[in-house]
Design a protein around this ligand. Structure first.
Ligand SMILES: Nc1nc2c(c(=O)[nH]1)N[C@H]1C(S)=C(S)[C@@H](COP(=O)(O)O)O[C@H]1N2
Ligand SMILES: [Mo]
Length: 527
């Protein structure tokens, strides 16, 4: 007798030509459908409104809906690349959903149609959930859905199978037709996507508008910064941060593109005389120039989200006073062109500090990333309560009447900058030879100013650092401490004291909800 359990029968070996894998067909149907749907949506959005792109809208909606710990994690882990990582995640989910859609469509066309409605429905809801969305913004997704149906039906039809007489297994009815249809659909999707990108790129409205601007010289220039603001130690950031190195933190997946010819700034709410300005009207009021350090509430102890620039702008307090502020108001709500809302305590704007509507940054019109054509800047407040970019309207109201974007997500309504300090050099885990080592860094307490910085090595006494010049309390201050380093592993700590006499607390708290506290420390190895 033949040992059948050793030599399997031919029928169980599945011989013959390779199977027209169900997975391959599902991938082809799904990806072709999704690519056509998204390509056409993208092209439509390029024509109608870049914010109507469903992929970007889903990304933007995820940012708005993301729970605070996840957002904090993303900013901490990916920093300025957080948006790229987010879009990568959106695309990954998209591909998986598309393959599931393909599998459903192969089973029954009807299932595929239902899947496609769900797929584009998510996009449509996301598009309409954008704060600046209008009804026409849904048209690109609808056009995409229509094109997607056609693509899906074509590829499903081309993927028909028959049962092979030779093997008894299904095989493609027409392999060539399948490849041609799937390939053709993919090429079509690529073509519309490219066309959309070309249209978007041929309309650099923001960049063109910005290039057309020439800012008048400030009527009240800032005095030049003395060289003595810098400690001149290797590894220190420049005192004034170049625009290209200035940190960027915002929720905008695409940088808002403002065409100056239709941009307006309005002031309304509880004022006697609401007003609307064009860009030229504002410039005509005369620009002042101020050196101001701006930082983000999301900055961790020792983190990078801080920078200093020489800003030019229009003083904000007189504009509000001229409009006739009604009594009992305490909040100014800024709105940006892409729908961000930022609430600033009126008191902070009116108390005499240099609250600005900034149009210039380090001698240039405001870069697109930093809010072209105009942003608010309120020294002493974290950016999320005082520095609305791409500003287009300001409303005088109360804190009771309106919760702006970040406050809706649990951040503090008022957020004065906390006194803080950072060791910039040596870097963590640096190795240095024994002998003198220059420890240096920055400290900041905008509005109050820094009066002392101390450094501690391991558990030794706190030692006074040398402060570089600090021409304004609204600026960060550089410091150095010359350390006679001995071999071994050492932990360096820094703490600052502000002009109220308050010294930074050792207590470590995370940025949420009103800014991190704690001492920055760096561990180094001396050889
Ligand atoms: N329109 C808009 N303005 C915004 C934000 C935003 O997300 N959208 N983020 C704010 C935050 S949290 C900070 S810290 C500053 C950062 O300004 P920068 O990107 O120019 O450094 O902008 C503020 N203004
Ligand atoms: Mo921020």
């Amino acid at each position: 007798m033949e040992p059948t359990d050793i030599e399997p029968r031919p029928a169980t070996r599945r011989p013959g030509p390779p199977r027209p894998g169900t997975v391959v067909r599902a991938v082809a149907v799904g990806l072709c459908t999704a690519a056509v749907t998204l390509g056409v949506s993208h092209l439509g959005a390029a024509v109608v409104d870049p914010a109507a792109d469903p992929v970007l809208a889903v990304g933007a909606a995820s940012i708005d809906l993301a729970p605070q710990p996840l957002k904090a994690f993303a900013i901490r882990t990916f920093g300025t690349n957080d948006k790229i990582v987010l879009l990568g995640g959106v695309y990954t989910v998209l591909v998986l959903a598309a393959v599931a859609l393909g599998a459903a469509a192969l089973r029954r066309r009807r299932f595929g149609l239902v899947g496609l409605v769900a797929f584009t429905g998510v996009g449509a809801v996301a598009v309409l959930s954008r704060p600046t969305a209008t009804a026409v913004d849904v048209l690109p997704v609808l056009a995409g859905a229509g094109a997607g149906v056609v693509a899906m039906l074509l590829v499903v039809r081309a993927a028909r199978t028959v049962t092979s007489a030779a093997t008894g297994r299904p095989r493609l009815l027409n392999r060539r037709q399948f490849l041609a249809t799937a390939g053709g659909t993919a090429v079509g999707a690529a073509a519309v996507t490219t066309a959309g990108q070309a249209i978007a790129r041929s309309r650099p409205v923001g960049a063109e508008s910005r290039a057309s601007v020439s800012l008048p010289p400030p009527v009240r220039p800032a005095p030049p910064l003395p060289a003595t603001v810098s400690v001149g130690v290797d590894g220190m950031p420049p005192f004034v941060t170049p625009n290209r190195d200035f940190y960027r933190v915002d929720t905008a997946l695409i940088v808002p593109q403002v065409d100056l010819t239709d941009w307006r700034l309005t002031l309304d709410g509880a004022v006697d005389r609401p007003r609307t300005w064009r860009y030229e009207d504002l410039l005509a009021r005369g620009l002042v120039e101020r050196d101001i350090t701006l930082n983000c509430v999301s900055n961790e102890v020792g983190g990078p989200y801080i920078g200093t620039a020489r800003w030019t702008g229009i003083p904000l307090a007189p504009l509000l006073r001229e409009a006739g502020l009604r009594p009992g108001q305490n909040q100014l709500v800024s709105r940006s062109v892409e729908g961000m809302t930022i609430g600033t305590p009126l008191e902070a704007i009116l108390d005499g500090r240099d609250a600005l509507l900034a149009v210039g940054m380090n001698g240039e019109p405001l870069p697109l990333d930093h809010g072209f054509p105009l942003r608010m800047l309120v020294p002493g407040l974290y950016g999320y309560v005082g520095a609305c970019k791409w500003l287009t309207s300001m409303t005088v109201t109360t804190f009771d009447a309106f919760d702006p974007y970040w406050v809706q997500r649990g951040w503090a309504p008022d957020a004065p900058v906390k006194t803080a300090s950072r060791i910039d050099t040596p870097k963590p885990f640096a190795q240095r030879p024994a002998g003198p080592v220059m420890i240096a860094g920055v400290a900041w307490a905008q509005r109050r100013g820094i009066t002392a910085v101390e450094v501690q090595v391991d558990d030794g006494p706190w030692q006074q650092a040398r402060l570089a010049d600090g021409p304004s309390p609204d600026l960060w201050r550089q410091w150095t401490y010359r350390w006679d380093a001995t071999p071994g592993s050492h932990t360096l700590r820094v703490r600052a004291t502000d002009a109220t006499g308050a010294t930074q607390t050792a207590q470590r708290v995370p940025p949420f909800p009103d800014g991190a506290t704690g001492w920055h420390s760096v561990t180094v190895t001396i050889t």
